[in-house]
Design a protein around this ligand. Structure first.
Ligand SMILES: Nc1ncnc2c1ncn2[C@@H]1O[C@H](COP(=O)(O)OP(=O)(O)OP(=O)(O)O)[C@@H](O)[C@H]1O
Ligand SMILES: [Mg+2]
Length: 201
């Protein structure tokens, strides 16, 4: 179990509290215009999102990890290469859908935080799509298994994730309902589905 600021020692309870607190924050960052003020496609904006979501829960919110992590058979960027990797990702182009997904795939390989990478990086991806192309992903239209399989495959080949996400694009970029359903879906990919964002507060 990961050390947390809430003093919780039970991992099921921690997951619930984390979901509740950070989903409220995710809605706040949409409603206040906080998200719209971030520079798309930079690590600093991802770190700012991560900090906003998780600062009440984890000391490492917004901070680069100092441990190596792996998922399935894949080991994310080794700590010793994390900073140079993030500098390179910052410099990647982001002027087309293809370039933006390629950048997202690299950020997933970097996996800069100890926890909360999946959820924060999907918000970061939408920020880039919205500002550069005036579209966002309607995550409620992205099937969990299709998405996770395509992400697992993405370090080797990105054609599947491009296909899965392209099908779910919408130009309704300021739609609060789509955003809220998208957050619920994004959390569901990672196993968090106790609270509906619309019913919190
Ligand atoms: N085997 C894999 N190879 C590459 N990427 C993966 C793999 N499995 C999952 N991912 C990607 O990583 C994301 C989150 O994975 P992980 O559970 O490691 O992150 P996390 O830091 O715990 O994030 P969160 O707390 O938001 O779940 C997934 O949503 C997916 O995009
Ligand atoms: Mg997690």
């Amino acid at each position: 179990m990961i050390k947390n600021k809430l003093g919780i020692t039970d991992s099921v309870l921690l997951a619930k509290e984390e979901e509740k607190i950070s989903k409220k924050k995710a809605l706040e960052m949409f409603d206040s215009g906080f998200l719209d003020n971030l520079e798309p496609g930079k690590f600093v904006s991802l770190a700012t999102i991560h900090k906003y979501l998780f600062e009440e829960i984890y000391d490492f919110a917004g901070q680069m990890r100092d441990v190596n992590i792996a998922k399935g058979n894949f080991r994310f960027a080794p700590v010793m290469y994390l900073k140079p990797s993030l500098d390179n990702i910052d410099a990647m182009p982001q002027s087309s859908f293809e370039e933006i997904i390629e950048k997202y795939v690299e950020m997933n390989i970097a996996h800069p935080f100890r926890e909360g990478n999946g959820r924060s990086t999907r918000i970061w991806l939408d920020l880039m799509l919205k500002k550069e192309l005036r579209v966002v992903i309607d995550w409620s239209k992205v099937d969990k298994e299709d998405y996770l399989m395509a992400m697992e495959r993405s370090p080797i080949k990105d054609i599947e994730i491009k296909y899965v996400l392209k099908k779910a694009l919408t130009s309704d970029v300021d739609n609060r309902e789509i955003y809220m359903k998208g957050i619920d879906h994004s959390y569901y990919y990672e196993g968090y589905n106790t609270f509906e964002i619309a019913k919190l507060k």
